[in-house]
Design a protein around this ligand. Structure first.
Ligand code: HEM
Length: 258
């Protein structure tokens, strides 16, 4: 790959993707509130959905957290904490690998359910299937990077990705040079990752913005009763006085005119 192409793909393409991601999400939120969701197919093949969805979400949230902290924490912070590059590389491989496998099994269940159940397939938009396959491909590429990373456990390649990601987010397109000579599997993974940001506002992924994380900081805001709790304890007693019962009123039938 020539330097010019590398600069475009890893120095400028990220800004194109991030702009569409932010502006697109904002415009869709503003103009298409009724489509701001992930369409539910919960009524169909519930068991497979539960396993697939839980494994997928646990895995992808762990991967997201790992990527966020791993790529965006300044290197001097790890150095100050005494965390060596090789330890961090090992941690990324182990934790990211376990989360990646969980996510992979989850996404396989979700894709199987959506593609091979005729009713779910018929009610799926093309975008629903496309984003699932895109995430599956990205996950496969991500897991493949582990075999490359095992060849440089000193963490020097990982430091290149940190410098690249932090350079791009601090508006330095020249940071593309950090990834100019990395393995093509990494390049493919970075490119597809940016492309997922690009298509994000046009897919069901927009529901990520509405994840109810704010509830965690509001204890007592929402009362949730599990089915188990309902079975064990009596129904909650209402303290609001119930309205007087409505008495039926007899309406006389109309009399025929004389
Ligand atoms: C712009 C978005 C993304 C970027 C820049 C990115 C970057 C990276 C990098 C640099 C690594 C190698 C870490 C190392 O070994 O040093 C990696 C690994 C990995 N990525 Fe991504 N990634 C992105 C999105 C994703 C997404 C959406 C998924 C899941 C669907 C994913 C799944 C993985 C997995 C499973 C690994 C291997 C385990 C690990 O090292 O954490 N990545 N990614």
């Amino acid at each position: 790959m020539s330097n010019a192409i590398n600069d475009v793909l890893f120095g400028w393409y990220p800004y194109f993707c991030l702009t569409v991601f932010l502006l697109g999400s904002l415009i869709r939120f503003d103009r298409e509130q009724y489509t701001w969701k992930t369409g539910s197919s919960q009524l169909l093949r519930r068991r497979q959905l539960r396993w697939g969805s839980n494994l997928f979400h646990v895995g992808i949230l762990a991967i997201f957290g790992g990527h966020f902290v791993g790529l965006l924490t300044p290197i001097w912070v790890f150095d100050a904490l005494g965390i060596s590059h090789s330890f961090k590389q090992g941690l990324a491989i182990t934790v990211g690998g376990i989360a990646g496998v969980a996510c992979f099994v989850g996404i396989a269940l979700l894709a199987h359910r959506r593609l091979f159940d005729a009713r779910i397939r018929n009610t799926s938009a093309p975008g629903d299937i496309a984003i699932l396959l895109l995430l599956w491909l990205q996950l496969t590429l991500g897991l493949s990077t582990i075999f490359v990373s095992l060849g440089h456990m000193d963490g020097h390649e990982m430091v290149k990705f940190m410098n690249w990601a932090q350079g791009i987010l601090t508006l330095q397109p020249a940071a593309a040079a950090y990834v100019a000579d990395v393995n093509p599997i990494f390049k493919a993974h970075l490119l597809l990752g940016m492309t997922i940001f690009l298509v994000f506002p046009f897919t069901r992924l927009v529901h990520v913005w509405s994840a109810p994380v704010w509830y965690l900081g509001r204890p007592g805001y929402q009362v949730v009763r599990t089915r188990l709790a309902t079975r064990r304890s009596p129904a909650p007693v209402s303290t609001v006085p119930s309205p007087a019962p409505v008495r039926p009123i007899a309406i006389p039938a109309p009399q025929p005119a004389e």
